[in-house]
Design a protein around this ligand. Structure first.
Ligand code: ATP
Length: 249
């Protein structure tokens, strides 16, 4: 589970995050939407403990990130927009090297099983990463999350640059990880993906969570209307099929 309670962060005089409260339960996917500069990356950077909040509390897998930085990191897996791995290594070599670096004792079979789960074609496993597409690199990244048994996944714009079938494959993998109990927070500009995947969808503007929509019976059209209403303040959404979570601002 991820919990952020009243978290604020300023850069100089600019408030990048303004009293953000958000809970991502285990086994669920939450997507954060918002225009450029809304505070989405700042949120991820705080969860990753790359930066410190000015106020508020961040809890990952029951551990306070500021008080227990090392232990809270153990539960986390971060998939950046561009997955940077060792280009000259193949998928198996990358994963076994990464596992060694993290101090995890894993067998080659565990790595093979994880790669199989991501759907990465076995014929590619022994090819160097330099020959991989973005979708294939992501699969290797996600295989590492599976190898590590990550309880919390942070995904930064994972579908940007993926073709529609790679996006669908990505959605299926993430659904599987959530079904196994991971708490997943994804920052995205991809409303379609957010609609397909999310249990709840947060819409951010100027450092604030403007809405938290529970994705039950929410049509893509209605999500788009809500998004534009909150981002642009000029479209009226029809809220009849939308449940609003308790944290609605
Ligand atoms: N290290 C920093 N120093 C100064 N200002 C920063 C820093 N990081 C972020 N900001 C500012 O904080 C605000 C929120 O930025 P953030 O990167 O979190 O937005 P975002 O929603 O992720 O945008 P994008 O969709 O473009 O990635 C912006 O106004 C940004 O300029």
């Amino acid at each position: 589970m991820i919990e952020m309670n009243n978290v604020s962060k300023s850069f100089g005089a600019h408030k990048a995050l303004d009293a953000l409260s958000l809970t991502v339960p285990s086994g669920q996917v939450t997507c954060l939407l918002g225009a450029n500069g809304a505070g989405k990356s700042t949120t991820l950077n705080l969860l990753l403990n790359f930066i410190e909040p000015d106020s508020g509390e961040i809890i990952i897998d029951g551990l306070n990130v500021q008080e227990e930085p090392e232990r809270s990191k153990q539960a986390l897996f971060y998939l950046p927009e561009q997955v940077n791995l060792y280009e000259e290594f193949n998928a198996l070599e990358n994963l076994s090297y990464l596992a060694k670096l993290s101090g995890d004792a894993v067998t080659e079979q565990t790595i093979r099983d994880a790669l199989t789960e991501t759907g990465l074609q076995q014929s590619a496993w022994l090819e160097p990463l330099s020959s991989y597409s973005k979708g294939m690199r992501q699969k290797v990244g996600i295989a590492f999350a599976i190898v590590r048994g990550a309880k919390v996944l942070l995904l930064d714009e994972p579908t940007s640059g993926l073709d529609p079938s790679a996006t669908l494959e990505f959605i299926r993998i993430i659904e599987t990880l959530a079904a196994r109990g991971a708490a997943i927070l994804m920052v995205t500009h991809d409303l379609y993906c957010a609609h397909c995947l999310s249990d709840q969808i947060g819409i951010m503007k100027q450092g604030q969570l403007k809405a938290l929509l529970v994705n039950q019976n929410l049509s893509l059209e209605n999500l788009e209307a809500h998004y534009h209403q909150h981002i642009n303040d000029h479209v009226t959404a029809t809220a009849d099929s939308v449940s609003l979570a308790p944290q609605l601002v």
